[in-house]
Design a protein. Structure first.
Lengths: 115, 610
């Protein structure tokens, strides 16, 4: 879970861990990329606007370096343009803050059910 | 002009007539003068006697004897020459040298006769009241009977006549009579009868030195030459002089000019009278003519001035005249009418233009207001967008935290905890909706137009707004109402905003929310009315300004944004009064007629049920 807002990262991780998922926490795009490269991850839940490396840039690197990882982008800015770019860069979906965490859980669990 | 013509003509005529009259008179006078001037066919008796006396023996004896022998018969003869008629004042008998041999004086004239002409003496003294004497008579005595020039002695006009006394063909002496010029009274009367009562006969010297009217000297004698006019005794006279055959004198015949010209003068007077009448008539006619001419012109002039001054002229000079004035009046009336017509047209055009200008100005003002409003909205949108984004992260955290807490606590948690969690969740959602509303300001771009069913649009808005229990709801939407063409998100947002405002206006008391929809001139009109306090007329436009709010809650963007959205969807939004005193918001959006709806409408219009 990547966000420069630590509270977002912490609350989401707590919810995911409550459901039994192992989480890694990063607070900027560069951290996220190095973490994902170091440790194989299934899901990357990442804010778009972040210091050092934006969510979209990090997404591109991660999609390249870790082809198996699914990426969910979060944003406080609702923009069709961003959604289109994220989709072309290979994002699974874009969630607009504030979103109901159950939507994220449903997404992840739906994917897992398919596997 | 006429006066001048009459005067000139009259003067010329008068002069011609006068000249011819005078000419005629002069000819008549000349004739008379000639008659009198001719020697009479029969000489007067005294003349004959005179010559006979000079030839008589006794008279010759006196001369021969040198005055020594004067017989009684001679004295009687001489005395006969001086009768008592008073005409002959003295008779002398003289020798050839002029010496007086015998002198018989009439008693009355003796003192007057200090001077004699035929005596060869010095001429009369200049201071003596006499005229000049003929030179030939002064130097020597004539050898025939001759008369001297006239001369004056006091009130008498005299002349002398010398009759030679001959002996053997030689002149030895003279009988000299001194006579005064006179005629017998009856002779004068005869003359008057001949030449007219007003005429006068005068006798004078050829040089004009002495004149007599046959009785007395004349102070202002007539001219010697020609037929002439002259003034004497304050009268104008016409005078003709002619030599008299028997003496060295001239005979003048005079006639008063006013008598001669009496008829001419009468004619002149008549002429003047006629002329005056003509001039007067001409003046009257000219005055009437000029009045007939000038009065319409003056009227026209004042009418023209009135028109120039911008007045409307209705009455003009008479139009029925057939002359130039009539034509002028008619032309003027036509001109006046067309001037007024064109001015009216012009005024109408000006009014039209003015109205158009005012409309344009109003539109410009509205456009400017709208622009200002949009700019303020844009600035606000930018600001509120930033704030909204900044708030979304904390809201995300809160949402997550709530989810975590609810997951952890589950249904076993105490009711109070659950209640507080629910309040938290509600407030987070409210915050989110506020932020969404704020952000919508930045999302008034190009609408994605769809065809929307009004009924479902309203129903959804009602459901989302959450009508409280103390508010009753009245919805009146015809089942066959055409759909609207609009961005569904925009339409929903506007309607939501209107419902929220209406509900808030009625808080906390109970009330009625009325929603009506109908078609009006290709627009669907959706009215949202409440039973709240209403909006004062002066605030019905201000409420659409950004940041204007009368509510305790809210930032005053809802209506402003809604109006912008309505305009973006080719509709409009405005406030009015709900019957009963509440506020009524009217949203108009373009109507869409599907083919079947059009058929239905047409059938309804024709009264045919389908």
């Amino acid at each position: 879970v990547v966000d420069d807002d630590r509270d977002i990262v912490d609350t989401l991780c707590d919810i995911l861990e409550l459901r039994g998922y192992a989480t890694l926490r990063a607070y900027d795009g560069l951290d996220a990329v190095s973490l994902a490269v170091q440790q194989p991850v299934d899901w990357v839940i990442m804010d778009v606007r972040m210091p050092k490396l934006t969510g979209v840039e990090a997404l591109q690197v991660i999609r390249q370096q870790v082809p198996g990882a699914r990426v969910v982008l979060m944003t406080a800015f609702a923009s069709a343009d961003l959604a289109a770019r994220a989709e072309s860069a290979g994002a699974a979906t874009v969630l607009h803050k504030p979103f109901d965490p159950s939507r994220l859980l449903n997404l992840i669990e739906g994917e897992r059910g398919e596997l | 002009m006429i006066a001048i013509v009459v005067t000139v003509f009259g003067t010329i005529s008068y002069r011609a007539l006068r000249a011819s009259t005078l000419q005629g008179a002069a000819e008549r006078l000349t004739m008379v003068a000639n008659v009198f001037g001719q020697p009479p066919a029969q000489r007067p008796a005294w003349t004959r006697t005179n010559a006979e006396i000079a030839r008589s023996q006794p008279v010759r004896d006196i001369v021969r004897s040198g005055g020594q022998r004067v017989s009684d018969s001679a004295r009687t003869l001489i005395a006969n020459l001086a009768p008592d008629t008073g005409q002959t004042l003295a008779v002398d008998v003289r020798d050839a040298d002029g010496t007086i041999l015998l002198s018989i004086n009439s008693t009355l004239a003796d003192s007057l006769l200090r001077h004699r002409v035929f005596n060869g003496d010095a001429p009369p003294a200049p201071n003596a009241d006499s005229g000049p004497v003929l030179p030939r008579l002064r130097q020597r005595f004539p050898d025939t009977t001759a008369s001297s020039e006239l001369y004056r002695r006091g009130s008498l006009v005299l002349f002398e006549r010398a009759t030679p006394i001959r002996e053997a063909g030689r002149v030895i002496g003279h009988i000299v009579e001194i006579r005064k010029v006179a005629t017998a009274p009856n002779a004068l009367r005869q003359l008057s009868g001949l030449i007219g009562r007003d005429a006068a006969l005068v006798v004078g010297n050829p040089d004009g030195s002495v004149w007599s009217d046959l009785e007395h000297p004349i102070e202002h004698p007539p001219p010697v030459e020609g037929p002439q006019r002259y003034r004497r005794d304050n009268r104008s006279w016409i005078s003709v002089t002619t030599p008299i055959a028997q003496g060295p004198w001239v005979l003048g015949v005079e006639f008063p000019e006013d008598i001669v010209l009496a008829r001419v003068h009468a004619l002149r007077t008549r002429f003047i009278l006629i002329g005056l009448v003509v001039v007067l008539l001409a003046a009257v006619v000219a005055e009437r003519l000029s009045r007939r001419l000038t009065v319409p012109l003056v009227n026209l002039t004042s009418a023209a001035e009135a028109i120039a001054g911008g007045q409307r002229v209705t009455t003009l000079a008479p139009l029925d005249r057939s002359d130039e004035i009539g034509r002028l009046s008619r032309a003027f009336a036509a001109m006046s009418t067309s001037v007024h017509a064109s001015r009216d047209t012009l005024e109408l055009q000006i009014d039209d233009r003015t109205r158009a200008l005012q409309v344009a100005l109003t539109k410009l003002q509205e456009a400017q207001d709208e622009l200002v409003r949009q700019e303020r909205l844009a600035a606000l949108g930018h600001l509120s967008g930033s704030i909204a984004h900044e708030l979304r992260n904390p809201l995300g955290v809160m949402t997550n935290a709530l989810y975590y807490l609810e997951s952890v606590l589950g249904t076993d948690s105490p009711p109070k905890v659950r209640e507080h969690l629910a309040k938290l969740r509600k407030q987070v959602r409210l915050s989110e909706s506020i932020i969404t509303g704020l952000l919508s300001i930045t999302r008034t771009g190009e609408p994605h137009v769809e065809t929307i069913d009004v009924r479902s649009l309203v129903d959804e808005a009602i459901a989302r707004a959450g009508v409280p229990e103390n508010v009753s709801l009245e919805v009146a939407i015809p089942g066959d109402l055409p759909r609207i063409s609009s961005d569904p998100v925009h339409a929903a947002q506007i309607l939501m905003n209107l419902l929220t405002n209406a509900l808030q206006a009625m808080e906390p008391a109970a009330g009625t929310l009325r929603i009506r929809a109908r078609e009006s001139e290709h627009m669907i009109r959706i009215e949202v009315g409440d039973t709240g306090p209403g909006i004062a007329p002066e605030y019905r436009e201000r409420i659409f300004e950004p940041l204007y709010s009368t509510k305790a809650r809210g930032i005053g963007l809802g209506l402003s944004v809604s109006r912008s959205l309505a305009a973006a969807n080719r509709g409009r939004l405005f406030a009015t009064e709900e019957p009963g005193g509440g506020a009524q918001m009217v949203l108009e959006l373009p109507a869409v007629h599907t083919a079947s709806e059009r058929v239905q409408q047409a059938s309804r219009a024709e009264g045919v049920g389908v």
